[in-house]
Design a protein around this ligand. Structure first.
Ligand code: CDP
Length: 786
């Protein structure tokens, strides 16, 4: 570490600066905001997956004392606000005029003086529907001749939202045909939900006297939302300088707070029409049933190899269920996200992947839930396929991985699907995980247990992430380039205020950004106040998702600090009456080379910037930097998981889980460990418990916490974490993102462990979530159930 405990730069496990307010209940979340005269909104939602709205009768609702208005599609149509663009450039109803397209779709909204009166009002609205045929199966929806769902789209003849592909199809087919062995597997990664602790909501406050709209809202991307609002509502006078989006404390976003949901738009419209602040906060069931979902990828994976285990070709054909509209939050050039990272950690010479995105009568899907745009699906596909191949080849899955890893000497490595991996050392991470868990001894234990009829499995996942979107030449959302920003002001007394275009949702930015500035300027991290989320004050940025904060705004923090340091150097030379060339730097002070006592601290330089500036130099000490990363960063890791399976119930118990991660240089080891712990828990969920399913009428299973089973600490083992450090060569301080690694890497490790436990019974694959029921059925089929 270059800095002292007092300065607390990179590498220090500084306690989180934001936690004192959180653990004392002093956080400021959207629902904590109360404005004078504020009204409340509740939403009437569709009980049908597809139906014609024959009549909306609001008379009973409007008779309830305190119910002031009901806003429906025709109300919004008057202002041309009944449709909106999705962030993928598709279109979505804000409120319907004639048809609903999924269960829980917004039908109309009730405005009242109290929250519970609004709810009573919503219950009293009588909507008459005429049910219409429902299409829930994406495989049927994409079949030729299927009824067209998006009749609003002129000339649309099918239910394909988009087709996307990468790689050389013909060369890959030739390579697969020439393989000695091909592992072929259908892999379904089901719909899941981010289920963050705080649901979505907003307080929309239109001040008619000033013509200014302030929206306090749960958004991970406040600036982008402001621009989209201005583009969509400019015609009703809401131009961008009159819109202020404030994203206060957020109780978990995980990608689910990137999209703009109809509720936000209805609340804004209601505030403009009624002239009072409107609060809308979803309840848990609305959140689970109507907000964007993640995953829902049906993948056919083929991985081919030579007899000796050398992998030569990979092909993945995917049907993606996007629900009623393509509302996924992917960069425009990559409608299927960064799925083409699917060759993973392996040196594959031939690969091809394709995605057909399909409309169905389900809520819009495709959110990048704690995942850098479809990487979770890609990693699940390749890591499961590697194990299926190992089983076919009768090779140890570790041996097969080690044989095919991209060697550490090969970086920067150009993958066959076009990515340039910045740095990596995959064998080292796997070796470390094996040493920690005692891999050889576990395999021995497994054999002994198997002989006694006990079921124990060991699962490995060696994943590569791709985060930090992104180079602006390739990455944009609705045309907004995906750079990010930092603005630092050093006050005369040497304390600082730093503002960013990103927005923490619990990741600890107030601490880690301060530590970056501490590292670069030597100002103690405790003296740096970090602010995000207010578009009236923060510099423009694209927000926080896809582990992009450290690679983008973190980098911008370092670059802006360096600009300030350069100015401080000029001031120090002036104060020390020497030339800048005579000065050396150590964190916190400039000193004359060889004479450490002849020094000026950064605080003295800051004071002089306002009190004693060299003639001709601009006063003040501040800098802004908009950072456009030259490439993405490629964090990686190797996870090994041990499971025991109960032959009587099929229940899977994760006994041990070793996670070795590499996110380059680490800013705060304690925060990184916390990110991994949380991510691993969010990996156990989809692996074993979580799924949002639908019956053939489009009714949702998993629409409440009674049947959407989110794991608690009781379902999680004591995580064993460690790391290797392979700095990113292009990032200003060698860091890579880390927020999502564990969510990406954990599910295949667990799935591989369960299949490994059952492999001697002929089991080669189980789709997640691996519920006791699924396991028990397999055991019963194999005659191994107790
Ligand atoms: O964009 P998001 O904040 O979700 O993800 P991230 O950039 O991976 O950062 C998650 C948290 O881990 C932040 O507080 C980072 O500053 C911290 N981190 C770190 O301390 N060292 C790294 N190399 C990467 C992230």
């Amino acid at each position: 570490m270059k800095t002292s405990e007092k300065i607390c730069g990179m590498g220090h496990s500084m306690k989180r600066k934001e936690d004192p307010r959180f653990i004392r209940g002093k956080g400021n979340y959207v629902d904590d905001i109360v404005l004078p005269g504020m009204l409340y909104m509740d939403i009437v939602r569709s009980p049908h997956a597809h139906a014609r709205i024959k009549k909306i009768d609001t008379s009973k609702a409007l008779k309830i004392p305190g119910v002031l208005a009901v806003i429906d599609g025709p109300t919004l149509e008057k202002y041309k606000l009944h449709w909106m663009p999705t962030i993928s450039g598709d279109t979505q109803m804000v409120l319907p005029i004639d048809e609903v397209m999924y269960v829980a779709q917004e039908v109309c909204a009730v405005i009242a003086t109290e929250r519970y009166i609004a709810a009573d009002g919503a219950d009293a609205v009588d909507v008459e529907y005429e049910p219409l045929p429902v299409m829930v199966d994406p495989l049927k929806s994409i079949a030729p001749g299927a009824p067209v769902l998006r009749k609003d789209k002129k000339d649309k003849k099918d239910n394909l939202a988009f087709h996307w592909e990468a790689g050389d199809r013909a060369a890959t087919e030739r390579a697969l045909a020439a393989c000695d062995v091909v592992a072929e597997q259908f892999v379904y990664v089901p719909r899941i939900h981010v289920a963050s602790m705080e649901t979505c909501g907003c307080v929309a406050d239109f001040n008619s006297a000033e013509g200014k709209l302030t929206v306090y809202m749960t958004t991970q991307a406040p600036h982008a939302v402001r621009t989209v609002f201005a583009l969509v509502a400019g015609h009703v006078g809401l131009s961008e300088e009159r819109i202020r989006i404030v994203s206060p404390d957020i109780g978990g976003g995980f990608g689910g707070k990137v999209p703009v949901y109809p509720g936000y738009v209805i609340a804004v419209a209601a505030s403009v029409v009624i002239g009072k602040p409107i609060k809308w906060i979803e309840d848990r069931m609305e959140n689970l049933q109507a907000d964007s979902f993640a995953r829902d990828y049906h993948m056919k994976v083929r991985l081919g190899a030579k007899k000796d285990g050398t992998m030569t070709a990979l092909s993945i054909k995917t049907i993606a269920d996007h629900g009623y509209t393509n509302a996924s939050a992917n960069p425009m050039k990559y409608p299927a996200g960064l799925f083409s990272i699917c060759t993973g950690a392996y040196d594959l010479k031939n690969a091809f992947c394709e995605v057909d995105a399909v409309y169905t009568h389900k809520p819009p899907g495709g959110v990048a839930y704690r995942c850098s745009f479809r990487v979770t699906e890609a990693v699940h596909a390749i890591e499961r396929a590697v194990d299926v191949l190992a089983q076919k080849l009768k090779m140890d899955p570790v041996e097969l991985r080690m044989k095919n890893f991209i060697g550490p000497e090969r970086f920067p490595y150009k993958s066959v699907l076009g990515w340039e991996y910045d740095s990596g050392n995959y064998p080292a991470a796997l070796k470390k995980a094996m040493d920690i868990i005692g891999y050889a001894a576990l395999r021995k234990e497994q054999l002994e247990k198997r002989a006694r009829g006990e079921l124990m499995g060991i699962g490995v996942c060696s994943f590569v992430e791709i985060v930090g979107a992104g180079p602006s030449k390739d990455f944009d959302i609705l045309g907004l380039k995906m750079f990010d920003s930092a603005e630092i002001r050093v006050h005369p007394t040497g304390k600082a205020l730093a503002r960013f275009g990103t927005k923490s949702q619990g990741q600890g930015h107030e601490t880690t950004y301060a530590q970056i500035i501490a590292e670069e300027l030597g100002i103690p991290a405790s003296d740096v106040q970090v602010e995000e989320g207010d578009t009236d004050t923060a510099p423009y940025g694209l927000g926080t998702y896809a582990s992009r904060s450290t690679p983008t705004s973190g980098a911008a923090a370092a670059m802006a600090s360096r600009k300030i340091r350069a100015k401080a150097k000029t001031i120090a030379a002036h104060l020390l009456e020497c030339s800048e060339a005579d000065l050396d730097w150590e964190p916190g002070k400039f000193f004359i080379k060889g004479v450490p006592d002849k020094a000026k601290t950064i605080q003295e330089c800051a004071f002089a910037a306002y009190t004693n500036m060299p003639q001709g130099l601009e006063h003040g000490m501040e800098a802004t930097h908009y950072y456009d990363p030259p490439n993405l960063t490629f964090p990686f890791g190797s996870y090994i998981c041990v499971v025991d399976i109960d032959r009587g119930t099929g229940e899977v118990k994760v006994r041990r889980f070793v996670a070795v991660d590499d996110c380059g240089n680490i800013i705060n080891p304690m925060i990184v460990q916390g990110q991994i712990h949380g991510g691993l828990a969010q990996g156990v969920g989809p692996a074993l418990y979580e799924e949002i399913g639908y019956d053939e009428d489009g009714n949702v299973f998993g629409g409440s916490f009674l049947d959407y089973y989110v794991p608690t600490s009781l379902e999680c083992p004591k995580w064993e974490t460690d790391h290797t450090v392979t700095p990113s060569p292009h990032h200003p301080f060698g860091a890579k993102g880390v927020g999502e690694s564990a969510t990406v890497g954990a599910p295949p490790a667990i799935a591989n462990a369960v299949v490994d436990a059952l492999s001697h019974l002929g089991v080669t694959h189980i789709d997640i979530p691996i519920t006791p029921e699924k396991v028990w059925q397999l055991l019963r089929k194999a005659g191994a159930a107790e």
